[in-house]
Design a protein around this ligand. Structure first.
Ligand SMILES: [Zn+2]
Ligand SMILES: [Zn+2]
Length: 233
């Protein structure tokens, strides 16, 4: 079945995510636009994943638990998991790779954690803008441990992309899909053999994708999305 997706959306816990990117606003916008599958992939945190997951379920949207990790190579890697409990366990292990520097919200932005009513219930204290002290290789192993899959983010963008920072996609990494930024030029030779997905990387509500990108899945489930991204189907 063909499903409309947008698997790269930032919520208000991402410092650069607009404060209007609340759990309800994200889910309602995706619903109004007619998307079938969404993921919230905040920078280095999963703090709003569970709440968006619950709201998406109520709206009949398929929600993929996700996160955008900035590795020590300063490369952005999207990580997707089949269940929220698994991304939670992954996140607990990721904690040891964080730099304990406090966020300055006046400079970098708010890092709000919200509940199902869009009420602020807390704030992530450490600066999510910092890279984690984990290599892409180690991240890939940790994601796999919790049945997840990695997808290098916006590979053709000039900042924080695997192709710019490393110059290539290492063969020994278990990568089958890359995310393409649709407003930057792409050297197709560098991504030959990889599946491509196109997401919004929305930091503002208006940027969440219209229903324009589809993938063909064997069923509407998180497992089917993970299998697709992992090159199993
Ligand atoms: Zn990014
Ligand atoms: Zn992003």
């Amino acid at each position: 079945m063909k499903l409309f997706y947008d698997l790269h959306i930032h919520s208000c816990v991402s410092p650069c995510g607009d404060d209007e990117m609340t759990p309800n606003n994200i889910v309602n916008m995706a619903y109004i636009k007619g998307l079938d599958v969404i993921s919230v992939t905040d920078h280095n945190t999963v703090a709003n994943v569970e709440v968006v997951s619950q709201l998406a379920k109520k709206r009949g949207l398929l929600f993929i638990p996700g996160i955008e990790v900035q590795t020590k190579e300063e490369v952005h890697i999207l990580c997707y998991f089949p269940r929220t409990d698994l991304i939670g366990l992954f996140d607990s292990e990721l904690a040891s790779f964080r730099t304990p520097i406090k966020n300055n919200s006046k400079i970098f932005g708010n890092q709000w954690i919200m509940d199902e009513e869009d009420a602020i219930v807390g704030e992530v204290e450490h600066a999510l803008i910092m890279s984690l002290n984990i290599s892409i290789e180690a991240l890939e192993k940790l994601v796999k441990k919790y049945k997840g899959v990695i997808v290098p983010a916006h590979v053709n963008k000039l900042a924080n992309s695997i192709l710019v920072n490393l110059g290539f996609i290492p063969n020994d990494l278990d990568i089958h899909t890359v995310e393409i930024h649709d407003k930057s030029p792409l050297n197709e030779n560098l991504v030959k053999g990889y599946k491509q997905i196109f997401n919004s990387d929305a930091h503002y509500l208006k940027d969440i994708h219209e229903p324009m990108q589809t993938f063909d899945l064997y069923e509407k489930s998180c497992e089917a999305v993970i299998d697709y991204l992992a090159g199993k189907v």
